[in-house]
Design a protein around this ligand. Structure first.
Ligand code: UDP
Length: 240
């Protein structure tokens, strides 16, 4: 988590495939079980994730899948846990944050809540994520005019990753981060799972209980499907 936050805050130009580019901002996404499942129906999401400068491993599903490949993921780096660290670092370094996404009013409520905890944090702007794609250039212009350091983009997958793919080269901020439903938590719209559930990797059960209709496919069907896909992938890559 510390390495990831340092990377987000660092002013270095972005590096992709060992090629340094000064065009646009560097981009990062959080990859979890749902994002991997979504790449099956949305192959363009896989392209966007592979094009991001960083993909952070979010959640116990990815940890488990990585383990079957002999990889030990160092830490669970999800947006909800990262935000307090980011705000602390941004406040200490005088770097501003722009909040873009979620339903009207939610980004502003998030900004207000963050200001309560981080009184000198500079929030460069806050706006909702339900705009027509023909407005992309205007949105980019508004963000650029604030000279923000970090953009948090909370429009859900695969919309946010596609938006970054299309617009990152025009953004003048240092880093843009796709953070999914983050503002819904920090605005107080949805409460987070108790710590013991998070520690056991069971936060998804909490989210399912809170939004059973919209999260049923994602968790009840998606989690076993991910495990089956991991098994099939491993068999195929071992030549079975
Ligand atoms: N959203 C948005 N614009 C859109 C579609 C969705 O800003 O065009 C927001 C939505 O209001 C919610 C977030 O994106 O706040 C998606 O949350 P979810 O938990 O589904 O995202 P995930 O964490 O799974 O990527």
């Amino acid at each position: 988590m510390t390495d990831s936050v340092n990377w987000v805050m660092s002013k270095s130009s972005h590096v992709k495939d060992n090629v340094k580019s000064d065009k646009g901002c560097k981009t990062a996404c959080f990859v979890n079980v749902n994002s991997v499942n979504l790449t099956v129906d949305h192959p363009e999401l896989k392209v966007s994730l592979n094009n991001a400068d960083r993909c952070f491993a979010d959640g116990s599903g990815l940890r488990l899948a990585a383990k079957t490949l002999g990889i030990n993921i160092k830490d669970n780096v999800n947006g909800t846990d990262m935000l307090p660290h980011l705000c602390e670092a941004a406040q200490a370094q005088g770097i501003s944050i722009y909040l873009l996404g979620a339903k009207p009013g939610v980004a502003i409520a998030t900004a207000k809540n963050l200001r309560k905890h981080y009184p000198t944090l500079r929030i460069a702007g806050a706006e909702h994520g339900y705009f027509d794609r023909s407005q992309d250039n205007n949105v980019v212009e508004r963000i650029n005019q604030t000279n923000t350091g970090v953009l948090l983009l909370a429009m859900g997958s695969p919309v946010q990753e596609k938006w970054l793919q299309d617009n990152a080269s025009k953004l003048t901020c240092n880093t843009a981060l796709a953070v999914g439903g983050l503002f819904d938590f920090y605005s107080g719209q949805i409460s987070r799972a108790p710590m013991w559930m998070r520690e056991l990797g069971l936060e998804w059960i909490w989210r399912l209980m809170q939004e059973p209709k919209s999260k049923f496919k994602r968790y009840v069907i998606g989690n076993p499907l991910f495990l089956i896909r991991t098994f099939v992938f491993n068999c195929a890559s071992r030549g079975f």
